[in-house]
Design a protein around this ligand. Structure first.
Ligand code: GRF
Length: 199
């Protein structure tokens, strides 16, 4: 299927950039149609603008009431005819409207080998600290479907990254991020070519 990708980002946007590049290089059959960011100062905003992709700043600050943010996000995704949503460092939980409309069509990337080291509060450097503290010999990244619970949706793809002797959380994070930039676009490419079938 031709993917019309909507990206939700909060941070640097390096995974988002990797997906944009893979679309431009025609590796993914599709394009990034819209970027939604809940942080107006995120690097992702600049990157999306440079790529000429419409970017919206939607956050709990502009939409403080009940399901207002959920409805605003859904409206933007539908306006741009998005058929698959990719979370790339997005730190907010999605609302019921988006989860229902895009059931099994929302992907996330997590910087560890789920189901290990996931769940509420497990993000950023905390994930890598937990891996090293547990004495794991391997970590990596996981692309998975998103449901109402953090990091619990079906796993679509994983890449393994060895944990080195005397590794630091920062060094491990850097090596995993390089692999994330490969894994996320490849997973979307496989979905677009029907090599990975979504439920
Ligand atoms: C990545 O490590 C990703 O696994 C996690 O958040 C980070 C986002 O980085 N969900 P970036 O914004 O893509 O650079």
């Amino acid at each position: 299927m031709k993917l019309r990708i909507g990206i939700l980002a909060s941070h640097g946007g390096s995974n988002m950039q990797a997906i944009i590049d893979a679309c431009k290089e025609n590796k993914i059959n599709g394009s990034v149609c819209v970027v939604i960011c809940n942080n107006s100062r995120a690097g992702a905003v600049d990157k999306a603008e440079k790529a000429g992709i419409p970017v919206y700043h939607l956050s709990g600050k502009n939409y403080p009431g009940g399901n207002d943010l959920d409805e605003a996000v859904l409206l933007v995704l539908k306006k741009h005819k998005v058929n698959i949503v990719a979370l790339a460092g997005y730190m907010k939980k999605l609302g019921p409207g988006v989860l229902k409309e895009y059931k099994n069509r929302i992907l996330n990337i997590h910087p560890a080998l789920l189901p290990k080291h996931g769940g509420k509060g497990m993000y950023g450097i905390k994930v890598h600290e937990a891996v090293i503290e547990a004495g794991d010999k391997e970590s990596g990244a996981t692309v998975h479907l998103v449901n109402e619970n953090y990091d619990e949706g079906g796993i679509l793809s994983q890449v393994v990254v060895p944990v080195l002797k005397n590794d630091t959380p920062g060094a491990l994070a850097d090596r995993i991020l390089v692999e994330e930039h490969r894994l996320y676009p490849i997973t979307l490419e496989k979905i677009s070519k029907d090599d990975i079938k979504l439920p």
